[in-house]
Design a protein around this ligand. Structure first.
Ligand code: C2E
Length: 740
């Protein structure tokens, strides 16, 4: 770099050498410019511009170092004014080097002598191309980062020592701070208290120090005190150097959390509803099960009721017939014999009528139990009517088996039954029909057993009767009789006969009992015992009873008008007493025939009275108030108690003829008669003895203190016209008495 310099003295040459050493070893490019020409430069300068040696440049225009002449001139315009003021000029600019590379360099220029600018300038050149490019890259990176930060929808922050060192606007916006407020702000503000903040710090540190990503969803506090659910993700910038801080990405997940919580709540509600519904359904299902169960029970019960008798629990006729069908089929196949036993309790209707409904049922229940036990498991017992039972005997042979069974049945019924204070002695009539001898189908066999039973009853009851063909005739007659009864009243086939009731003391006829007779067009006179039960069964008894009352009263009027001082006694049936209009009927009848009520006597049996006790007492009291004479018929055969009798407004007791019959031979009957008479006397009732056929009976009755008697001894029941004659015969005008 000596070119152009004239070195005169050794000192100048020494200085030049020293300068050259400095220039050659300087790390920067140095050149001297005068008149825009490069006067001198060091090796580094040449290398910066791509030249091998300084000599390649010395003497050349410095313009060649600029990418174009404009930039060359611009630098001169900027630099020389300042350098002329004695200031150092520094700038960074782009220059060109070989082969044709534009590069960045920093240039610093000074005038060598401000007083004399013509001496040129000295320039120091630093190749900062790489540095500049690195910086640009860094700036670009920064720029990109800022772009990311500024446009991110999530909050991004760099933290140092748990304070914000840098963050995007989103975070400030999320927590309600200004970006300025956030800068260097401690994260303590995001936690409700210090303890929570410190606990969070420990958690973060544990994860970040391992170089792992910290993820959590936390509820942080905003500036205004509200809370924000955030998704936090964080990573240490350098886990090995905690001082470098960490980067945090914060997402506002409040909406999601709200939705989640709403969803959870909805789920809770749903689960609760499902639980409730399930519970409801369970209860519905349980109810349904219960209902099904109840229905099943009800159906079973209905089926049972349809096939069983509700009072005794025994099979009814339908079930009996079903079982019978099967047995019949088997019996036909095996040529086996079967027997049907038809059982009817003797006088049960009578007893039942004298008891209340409830007690009657109790009695039947008791008797059914006895029959069931006596019947045994191998045979089938059923109840087919009020007091009618039927038994199927599966193994008949030898025939003694039938007898053994009937004995067992009768023995079972023998012991007295006690219902309340009443004692009952029950017997049964049994009819037997045998398969195939007496019939090959159920209906025929039952019918024939029934017929045989009727015969057993007609023969006095408490016995067993096997069916034979003659019995059929009786059954047919019974049906015919019942049918004919419907025509009896319109056809005027009834007549009343009258039987006198006579004073024991003077044989005076005081009363006549009206007894109905039926003059059947074909059968002749039919006794009331034969048709009254049929009339009661068919309901015709009410009409017949009205006719009797009316006819008897009409006849009494005739007699009284003829001067006969008589009372007429009329028998009543239960159905007549049941009718509320009966009292009115009696009253009207008495008025119609202008009779005194005391001239009419109404006879009621004990069983009729006991049927509806309260109703009977009310009706009898009314009749008594009217003045009608009231008597109890067949007394002693029923079960009325003394206390009960005392409550009734009675006038007369009629001792049943069954006690009178053997009065003189049977001690018991004598005691009964005497007791009834003395009891009646005590109760101030008069006594009439029925069925007196022999004088010795009358003697006894007189001895016991009986008032009146009635019976063949004095007279059979007679037509009305005969009564007038008899009355006159036995009622002497002057005081002539028939005495015994
Ligand atoms: N062995 C015997 N019998 C005697 C003697 N004295 C009278 N009798 C009979 O005894 C029955 C007395 O009538 P009852 O006890 O009221 O018994 C009556 C009565 O319960 C009923 N009855 C008769 N007429 C009527 C009526 O108009 N209405 C109602 N509801 N029942 C009547 O028919 C039953 C039978 O009447 P009858 O056949 O007329 O039978 C009469 C009579 O003929 C005697 O010394 N020895």
């Amino acid at each position: 770099m000596t070119n152009g310099l004239a070195l005169h003295t050794p000192e100048e040459q020494q200085l030049f050498k020293e300068q050259q050493v400095i220039l050659d070893n300087a790390g920067v490019g140095i050149c001297f410019i005068r008149n825009r020409l490069i006067q001198r430069c060091n090796r580094q300068f040449a290398h910066i511009y791509g030249y091998t040696t300084p000599e390649d440049l010395i003497g050349t225009s410095s313009e060649r170092l600029y990418p174009d002449s404009l930039s060359f001139r611009q630098l001169g315009v900027k630099a020389y004014p300042r350098m002329l003021r004695g200031e150092r000029f520094t700038t960074e600019l782009q220059m060109i080097r070989l082969p044709a590379e534009i590069f960045w360099c920093r240039v610093t220029g000074n005038l060598i002598n401000v007083e004399n600018p013509t001496l040129g300038s000295i320039w120091i050149i630093e190749d900062i191309d790489r540095q500049r490019r690195d910086r640009e890259a860094l700036d670009a990176l920064h720029y990109q980062q800022q772009l990311i930060l500024d446009h991110a929808t999530v909050g991004i922050a760099f933290m140092h020592q748990r304070r914000f060192s840098r963050s995007n606007d989103r975070i400030a916006e999320m927590f309600g701070y200004t970006p300025e407020e956030l800068s260097r702000l401690s994260t303590r503000v995001f936690y409700p208290d210090r303890t929570a903040w410190e606990a969070a710090g420990r958690k973060h540190h544990a994860v970040l120090s391992r170089g792992e990503v910290f993820c959590a969803e936390v509820e942080l506090v905003c500036k205004d005190g509200s809370t924000l659910w955030c998704d936090l993700r964080s990573k240490a910038i350098n886990p090995a150097a905690p001082g470098d801080g960490s980067i945090w990405i914060i997402m506002d997940i409040s909406d999601r959390k709200r939705h989640e919580q709403a969803l959870l709540r909805a789920q809770d509600v749903l689960e609760q509803r499902v639980t409730e519904r399930t519970r409801e359904l369970e209860s519905v299902v349980a109810n349904l099960h219960r209902e099904i169960e109840e229905r099943r029970h009800a159906e079973e019960r209905i089926r049972h009721l349809a096939q069983h008798d509700s009072l005794t629990g025994l099979p009814n006729r339908r079930l009996f017939e079903q079982g019978f069908e099967l047995q019949l089929a088997q019996a036909a196949e095996t040529k086996r014999k079967l027997a049907i036993l038809f059982i009817d309790l003797d006088r049960f209707k009578h007893i039942n009528d004298s008891l209340g409904h409830h007690e009657g049922d109790q009695l039947l229940h008791n008797l059914a139990d006895r029959l069931r036990e006596a019947c045994g498991h191998e045979n089938t017992l059923a109840r087919i009517g009020g007091d009618e039972f039927i038994i199927l005997l599966n193994h008949v042979e030898p025939y003694e088996r039938i007898e053994q069974l009937t004995h067992r049945l009768q023995n079972a019924l023998q012991p007295s039954v006690y219902i309340g204070r009443h004692e009952f002695n029950i017997s049964a009539s049994i009819g037997v029909a045998i398969y195939p001898h007496d019939g090959t189908d159920i209906q025929t066999l039952i019918k024939h057993a029934d017929t045989a039973m009727c015969r057993a009853k007609a023969n006095g009851g408490n016995r067993c009767q096997f069916y034979n063909h003659h019995l059929d005739r009786e059954a047919v007659e019974r049906i015919e009789l019942r049918n004919a009864l419907y025509q009896a009243l319109p056809n005027q086939e009834f007549e009343l006969h009258y039987q006198p009731q006579v004073s024991v003391h003077d044989a005076r006829i005081t009363c006549v009992e009206a007894l109905i007779r039926w003059h059947h067009p074909d059968k002749g006179t039919v006794a009331p015992d034969c048709f009254i039960p049929l009339a009661e069964e068919s309901g015709l008894i009410k009409e017949i009873g009205s006719w009797v009352l009316d006819t008897a009263c009409q006849q009494l009027k005739t007699w009284r008008q003829a001067g006969l001082d008589l009372r007429v006694a009329v028998n009543l049936s239960a159905a007549q007493l049941d009718d509320m209009a009966f009292y009115q009927q009696v009253k009207e009848c008495l008025e119609r025939y202008e009779l005194q009520p005391r001239h009419l006597e109404l006879e009621l049996t004990e069983s009729i009275l006991m049927r509806h006790v309260d109703h009977s007492i009310r009706l009898l009291n009314k009749l008594d108030q009217l003045g009608v004479h009231l008597s109890i018929d067949d007394f002693g055969t029923g079960y009325s108690s003394l206390s009960y009798l005392k409550r009734l407004p009675l006038d007369t007791l009629k001792i049943d003829r069954s006690f009178v019959r053997d009065l003189c031979t049977d001690q018991d009957d004598a005691v009964i008669c005497r007791t009834i008479i003395s009891m009646a006397n005590n109760l101030k009732l008069s006594v009439t003895a029925e069925g007196v056929e022999r004088a010795e009976q009358l003697h006894k009755l007189a001895e016991f203190g009986c008032d009146l008697y009635q019976g063949y001894l004095f007279s059979r029941p007679l037509p009305a016209s005969d009564i007038t004659r008899l009355y006159r015969e036995y009622t002497p005008p002057e005081n002539e008495h028939y005495t015994i």
